[in-house]
Design a protein around this ligand. Structure first.
Ligand code: DC
Length: 236
């Protein structure tokens, strides 16, 4: 696969623009960030995909993502790469494209578990910061505005009620052919919200200088227009 790679000798004297979008699962971060990136000509960086890939690697090795020792033993063995093909991010685990494999509920849960470990977060910090140093990015995650890019040009905290987020996520998974129920998705989502907001390191929270956007009552186009307005005004 043709990977997006910079010449290491290339210098980055120009300050790149970074836009951080944080928030809980299902608030619409990824689809909105992807569309915004296309409109603005920025690179979309989906940081959740990195945590998902570590979760997947642990599961593939037959280990328990909830057991720190087993997760940490895997960290030394894995190599992650982010590649861009026609503007779409692909994540490679030891050279293999796992972009589709990481989108299951089992991997979502594993990603949330492994992301609580400080060593896992440290392992991914530089990759994320490097992406933002090298190009204009819209980066979504849980700690982008608080930890990874505290000096981001614009920070948005995107949220929605858990009922609405579960409704969207259920529709998305059913469309992909996965057998799930709304109740099950809502339960998983609440559990992940709890885990992501209560972990010791880099918990999900709104940065003091982030703009809060609640998408519960907005459709996709409405949310997109609101975010685009925030970004264009913020960059003026
Ligand atoms: O955004 P997502 O659902 O793909 O993220 C999967 C998990 O990864 C999520 O439960 C929390 C974790 N995550 C994180 O801790 N920090 C990030 N910047 C992105 C994701």
């Amino acid at each position: 696969m043709p990977c997006f790679k910079r010449n290491p000798k290339e210098r980055f004297d120009t300050k790149m623009i970074s836009i951080a979008i944080d928030g809980p699962s299902g608030a619409g971060k990824s689809s909105l960030a992807r569309s915004l990136a296309q409109k603005l000509g920025y690179v979309y960086v989906d940081t959740g995909a990195l945590y998902r890939t570590i979760g997947l690697a642990v599961l593939l090795a037959g280990h328990d993502p909830g057991c720190p020792d087993q997760v940490l033993a895997q960290l030394d063995k894995l190599h992650l790469d982010l590649c861009y093909q026609n503007g779409t991010q692909h994540v490679l685990l030891n050279g293999q494209d796992v972009s589709d494999q990481i989108r299951t509920e089992q991997v979502s849960k594993a990603a949330s578990q492994v992301s609580a470990l400080p060593q896992v977060r440290d392992f991914l910090t530089e990759t994320q910061r490097r992406m933002a140093r090298e190009q204009n990015v819209i980066m979504d995650g849980r700690d982008i505005g608080t930890v990874i890019l505290p000096h981001a040009d614009i920070k948005i905290f995107l949220t929605a009620t858990s009922a609405e987020r579960a409704r969207r996520r259920t529709a998305e998974l059913l469309e992909k052919g996965q057998q799930v129920t709304y109740e099950q998705v809502l339960e998983d989502l609440k559990q992940r919200d709890y885990q992501d907001t209560h972990r010791q390191v880099a918990p999900l929270r709104q940065a003091p200088d982030a703009i809060l956007v609640d998408t519960s009552e907005l459709d996709f186009d409405g949310a997109l227009a609101r975010l685009e307005q925030i970004i264009r005004e913020g960059l003026r």
